[in-house]
Each structure stands twice: as C-alpha cells, then as structure tokens.
Design a protein around this ligand. Structure first.
Ligand code: DX5
Ligand code: ZN
Length: 230
C-alpha cells in the first residue's frame, strides 16, 4: 500500500484515541468517510507513557474491516523493537517509534523496514530536534509531538514550532508529522512552520462536521505549502 506521504502535499490522519473505542471500526470508517488520508493509531504501554490503549491484536481485527486504509502506528512504548513483527503481521503499514524509547534507533529502523513497514521516528517535547538529524536519511518521516504523549485533548505547545521550522529549512522534501492539540485554531502554526502530515484527535472526532474540519485544516496547510519556494 502506498504511504500517504511525499509530494509536498498535506495529509490528515485523525487519531481515534478520544473516540468511542467500543465502536473502533466504525469510528475509523467515519473518519475515512470524512476525508481522512490515513489513520493514526495510538499504542500506549503504561511505561513509556502513563496510559494504556491497545496493541497488535486490535490492529489485526481492524485490518480486514478497513481494507486499503493506511495505518500509522504511533508506538508510545518502551523498547519498541519488541512489537515490530507483531504489528507487521497484524497489518500495520508503518511503525513510528520514539527516539527516547530505544538505545538503538538505527537497528530499530532496520528491523521495521525488514518487516515490510515504513519507519518513522518521533520525539517528545523535551527532546532536542538535533537528535533526528543523523536519522533523517534512514526514515520515511519524522514526528514532532506538540503535547506530552499519553492523552488526547491536551493543549497545543506552540513552542515546538521552531523544531519543525528547523527541519523544514534543512530538508525541503521531508514529511513532517505533527501530533497533539492540533485543531482548526492551532493548524496555522503547524502550516507556517512547515508540517505536512497532520494528526488531529479530539478536534476531528468531536467535531459536529468532521469533514468540514478536515477540509479546513488541509486547505490551510496546502496554502502554506504553495507559498513555499519550490
Ligand atoms: C497523544 C497522542 C495523540 C493524541 C491526539 O499522546 O499521541 O495522537 O491523542 O489527540 P488530540 O488531537 O486530541 O491532542
Ligand atoms: Zn499520536
């Protein structure tokens, strides 16, 4: 399945963390029907973050219900190496691990690719963006967190935007994903800084009109991309 990235175009990946998880498949479908480009699935292990969600058994059940949908696995777990094969077998398309969660990011990236998934790496708010520089050429995308990972519905940290601008200036074509507190009222910051992959949870799932919310945010980001010199 083609990754929903590249080509300097905005993609919106709703996070279903704050949706009705007893209706996970239909909530995911509702997001796709509202114009989502991919789904952002938040996996938490109670160690890397102080919360628990779900793991590969749930992804395995979702896969046949959402054929053709790109699953962006946000792995907020300690020792991310341990779940790579399980997630690949369950039908995940890509595996975003946290830089802070492993001693050996390079091996983690290699194992993700060997398992047939896209490899993405993310950093928490307190981690300096420089740590990503040696990894940029090895991964398909980077994730800049704009909340402390663990919970949906938190306040957007606008002071993370310089990390995105720093990367955008250095790597014109890099796909940069932003996650945490992204909504119609904060999207302009992300767009101006140069983010292209937009994760938005509560703002989309709780919206009265998710299609309108997704379209609004996508338009703002695409307008910013068009203003950027090629
Ligand atoms: C936070 C998660 C996010 C979050 C997004 O730990 O990684 O994906 O649920 O939800 P909002 O947009 O509500 O912050
Ligand atoms: Zn997430």
């Amino acid at each position: 399945m083609a990754a929903p990235c590249g080509g300097k175009k905005c993609r919106i990946g709703p996070s279903i963390l704050n949706s009705d998880l007893s209706e996970l498949a239909s909530e995911c479908q509702r997001m796709m029907d509202s114009g989502a480009d991919y789904l952002h699935l938040d996996v938490m292990d109670g160690q890397f973050v102080p919360n628990l969600t779900f793991g590969h058994p749930v992804v395995k059940c979702l896969r046949p219900k959402l054929p053709g949908v790109f699953f962006d696995m946000h792995m907020m777990v300690q020792k991310p190496e341990q779940w790579i094969q399980n997630m690949a077998d369950a039908g995940a398309n890509q595996y975003t691990f946290h830089y802070e969660a492993t001693d050996d990011p390079t091996t983690c990236i290699r194992k993700i690719r060997e398992a047939g998934m896209k490899a993405w790496v993310g950093i928490k708010p307190k981690t300096a963006v420089d740590v990503l520089v040696p990894l940029v050429d090895l991964v398909d995308m980077v994730l800049i967190m704009t909340v402390e990972p663990g919970f949906g519905g938190q306040k957007f940290m606008a002071d993370m935007m310089p990390k995105i601008s720093f990367l955008r200036e250095k790597y014109t074509d890099l796909d940069i994903e932003v996650d945490g507190g992204v909504s119609p009222s904060t999207i302009q910051h992300c767009a101006d800084a140069g983010a292209t992959m937009i994760v938005s949870g509560s703002a989309v799932v709780n919206s009265e009109n998710p299609k309108e919310t997704i379209t609004y945010m996508r338009d703002i980001v695409n307008q910013a991309i068009q203003k950027t010199p090629a």
